[in-house]
Design a protein around this ligand. Structure first.
Ligand SMILES: Nc1nc2c(ncn2[C@@H]2O[C@H](COP(=O)(O)OP(=O)(O)OP(=O)(O)O)[C@@H](O)[C@H]2O)c(=O)[nH]1
Ligand SMILES: [Mg+2]
Length: 323
C-alpha cells in the first residue's frame, strides 16, 4: 500500500450515510484473476491481464469511485515460491501491497471438478495455503473471492469448496464470482462498503491509478510481449520508457525492451523485424485506449544480461522497493 493521505471529515452521501474511503488489496496465487477483477471493478483496463502466471510484477493502485465510497484497489503480484531476485521482489511487493489495508480480497480459482468424489476429496493446494498463511500474518480482515466460476458446469459444486476454504480461516465472507460475466461484483461491493472507514476520498476522483502514463505505457508493451512471444521469453523481458513527449495532437514514446541474453534479442525482433513491429503496433493501440490520444511508439531491444537475477539491475529497470 502507499502512504495514506491525510483524511478529513466525511461528507454524507445522497441517502444520508457517511462517505467511506480506504484501501482494498487483491491478493492470491499467480493467474487467479486479480488484475482482471480490478479492471472489472473500476470499469477500465488499468492493469494488464494475460493468460500467463506472474504477469503483474508491481503493485498498482486503481481508484474505484462509487457514490457511497472511494475504494483504492491494490493490484498485487501473485504470491508464489520465489527463486530469482525478480520473483522475490514480486512476492515482497505483493505482501507490501496488503499491509495496513482495510480489507484483503483473497482470490482463489474455483476448481473445475465434475465428479462428486473428486469434490469431496478436494482441498486448497499447498501454494494456495501458503499464500493464505502469509496474508493471515498481516492481520487484516479477509474476504475469500472464488474466481472464474463461469467455467463451472454447476454452481452447486461450490458448496464443498467454500466449506473447505472456511475450515482454514474465518473469512468475513466467501464470494463466488466471475469477472468475465460480472457476477458476484455486487457482493464484493457490499463487503468493501462494510469494511471501509468513514472519511473523505483519499485520491482525486479524476485520478484512475497512482501510476504515471509512462508506467502504464511500459505495461502495455509488456502485455504485448506476453501475447506475442511464446511461453518463456516474456519472463526474461522488462520494458523501460526512455522518452514520453506529449505533442499537441499525439504522444511520442520511446521504449526499450530488455532481454537477458543475446539469443533472445533476435527472437523479440523476429525475421525482418516482424515480431517487434506487431508488438509495437498493438501496444500503441493499448496506450491510445488508455490516454484517449493517438501515439507513436518507438521500440528498441537491448541485452541487459541476467537482469532477473541481479538486484542492482532490477533496480535500474525500475523494480525497486519504495524508499
Ligand atoms: N473464465 C474466466 N477467466 C478469467 C476470469 N478472470 C480472469 N480470467 C483469466 O485468467 C487469466 C489470468 O488473469 P489475470 O487477471 O492476469 O490474473 P492475475 O491473478 O492478475 O495474474 P498474475 O498477475 O499473473 O498474478 C487471464 O487469461 C484472464 O482472462 C473469469 O472470471 N473467468
Ligand atoms: Mg495480475
Amino acid at each position: 500500500m502507499s502512504e495514506r493521505p491525510e483524511v478529513g471529515e466525511a461528507d454524507a452521501t445522497a441517502d444520508g450515510t457517511p462517505f467511506r474511503a480506504g484501501f482494498v488489496a487483491l491478493c492470491g496465487r499467480p493467474n487467479v484473476g486479480k488484475s482482471t477483477l480490478l479492471n472489472a471493478l473500476v470499469g477500465q483496463d488499468l492493469a494488464i491481464a494475460t493468460r500467463f502466471p506472474q504477469t503483474t510484477r508491481e503493485r498498482m493502485l486503481g481508484v474505484w469511485n462509487d457514490e457511497a465510497f472511494q475504494a483504492v484497489l491494490v493490484d498485487t503480484p501473485g504470491i508464489h515460491r520465489a527463486k530469482s531476485e525478480l520473483n522475490r521482489f514480486m512476492v515482497d511487493e505483493a505482501l507490501r501491497g496488503a499491509k495496513d489495508v482495510d480489507l484483503v480480497l483473497l482470490l482463489a480459482e474455483a476448481p473445475i471438478l465434475v465428479d462428486e468424489e473428486a469434490l469431496d476429496n478436494w482441498t486448497p493446494g499447498p501454494g494456495a495455503r501458503a499464500a493464505l498463511e502469509s496474508l493471515i500474518e498481516l492481520g487484516r480482515p479477509m474476504v475469500l473471492v472464488l474466481t472464474k466460476c463461469d467455467r463451472l458446469p454447476s454452481r452447486d459444486s461450490l458448496i464443498p469448496v467454500l466449506a473447505r476454504w472456511s475450515e482454514l480461516h474465518e473469512f468475513a465472507a466467501v464470494i463466488p464470482t466471475s469477472a468475465v460475466e460480472k457476477e458476484g461484483l455486487e457482493a464484493i461491493r457490499d463487503q468493501i462498503l462494510a469494511h471501509l472507514p468513514e472519511g473523505e476520498a483519499l485520491y482525486d476522483p479524476e485520478l484512475l491509478s497512482d501510476r504515471s502514463m509512462r508506467w502504464h505505457a511500459a505495461e502495455c508493451v509488456r502485455a504485448e510481449l506476453f501475447g506475442k512471444l511464446g511461453d518463456e521469453l516474456p519472463y526474461s523481458c522488462a520494458v523501460t520508457i526512455e522518452s514520453y513527449r506529449a505533442g499537441r495532437s499525439r504522444d511520442r514514446i520511446g521504449a526499450t525492451v530488455h532481454v537477458e541474453r543475446k539469443s533472445q534479442k533476435g527472437i523479440v525482433i523476429g525475421a525482418g523485424g516482424r515480431v517487434i513491429k506487431s508488438i509495437g503496433r498493438d501496444a500503441r493501440a493499448r496506450i491510445s485506449e488508455l490516454t484517449g490520444r493517438p501515439c507513436d511508439l518507438f521500440l528498441e531491444v537491448r541485452v541487459t544480461e541476467n537482469w532477473t537475477k541481479d538486484r542492482k539491475k532490477l533496480e535500474s529497470l525500475g523494480y525497486r522497493e519504495p524508499s
